[in-house]
Design a protein around this ligand. Structure first.
Ligand SMILES: [Zn+2]
Length: 315
């Protein structure tokens, strides 16, 4: 694999999800304004976006119509981020996990006419039942492995921000998961895995490509956009530079919070998302542009995640 490729892995955590899906909430600016902003960026940098959608969002007619209208855009891939975005997803029963993936899979198919081939767990909560269900549903790749000790402070921060916003149930769900050590048994480069969580040598209908969060080693935070808000943009550039030395392909993880601001919120509801109150969306877009510019100036070509996955699977 000589060509240098990267993908934008957009975990499309919606405002509907953050508010707890209130019955009277229809105007979700994650979809209404967010998608427009991110697609403008995609066009400007000639870089596709892989949207990992929360299935339940597609039960909102407005969201459904927006996704339908962009699903044939050649710069768009629609992938699966589970149905309910349960914070303890990986530690639920086999049946619950299968249903969570399947319901979202079906909604995406109904809306786009295409089967989703990629998955990421909510809050990187992964288990054997997740992998098993994905293989059963013919998925090609998963990006749920977060193999860094920084998983713990990242999770802690999510728990903390839910507690201060009095979202105790979600906070409890996050603490109550038992999957924290799973990714540490594996490497941080893409590899194939079967339903028994064994590493295997090739991709077929009994295996899946696991593409872990990109990182330099287990003792460093993975390289994703949120880290720029915590450690600074120089930190991101420095670490990307090191990543470039050894990785011909990688994905860069972003969230809607990276291009929404407080004016996009519905003040009727509360939420525990980080960085929504201080920075305006224009500044956030600039931050994204600077990083994309940097990646592209190092000769990486943007592509959908499924295209990188297919290269590994030689499909
Ligand atoms: Zn998410």
């Amino acid at each position: 694999m000589n060509k240098k490729l990267f993908s934008i892995n957009l975990n499309f955590d919606s405002l509907g999800e953050a508010y707890g899906w209130p019955n009277d909430f229809y105007e979700d600016n994650t979809f209404i304004k967010g998608i427009e902003r991110i697609l403008r960026l995609s066009e400007k940098f000639n870089t596709p976006i892989t949207f990992f959608l929360v299935g339940k969002d597609l039960e909102n007619k407005k969201n459904y119509d927006i996704i339908k209208s962009i699903s044939d855009n050649k710069n768009v891939e629609i992938a699966n981020h589970s149905y309910n975005h349960l914070f303890n997803f990986g530690s639920r029963s086999e049946q619950v996990i299968y249903d969570e993936i399947y319901r979202s899979h079906e909604l995406i198919y109904k809306c786009t006419g295409k089967e989703s081939k990629g998955f990421i767990s909510p809050t990187w909560s992964v288990s054997q039942n997740v992998i098993k269900s994905l293989i059963k549903l013919n998925y090609v790749y998963d990006t749920s492995f977060f193999k860094s000790i920084f998983l713990y402070p990242a999770i802690f921060k999510i728990v903390y921000s839910h507690i201060i916003k009095k979202k105790f149930y979600k906070a409890f769900q996050i603490i109550n998961r038992r999957d924290y050590l799973i990714p540490f048994k594996y490497e941080c480069r893409p590899f194939f895995i079967n339903s028994k969580m064994e590493k295997v040598t090739e991709f077929n209908n009994e295996s899946l490509l696991e593409m872990p969060m990109p990182l330099l080693n287990n003792f460093k935070p993975p390289i994703w956009h949120t880290a720029g808000y915590v450690f600074g943009w120089d930190y991101i550039r420095k670490n990307l530079k090191k990543l470039f030395e050894t990785h011909n392909t990688f994905f860069y993880l972003i969230h809607p919070a990276d291009f929404l601001d407080q004016n996009d919120l519905d003040k009727k509801y509360t939420l525990a998302l980080e960085r929504m109150d201080k920075i305006d969306y224009q500044t956030k877009i600039e931050n994204l542009e600077n990083i994309l510019q940097y990646i592209k100036s190092n000769d990486y070509h943007g592509t959908k995640l499924i295209d990188i996955a297919n290269l590994y699977c030689k499909k």
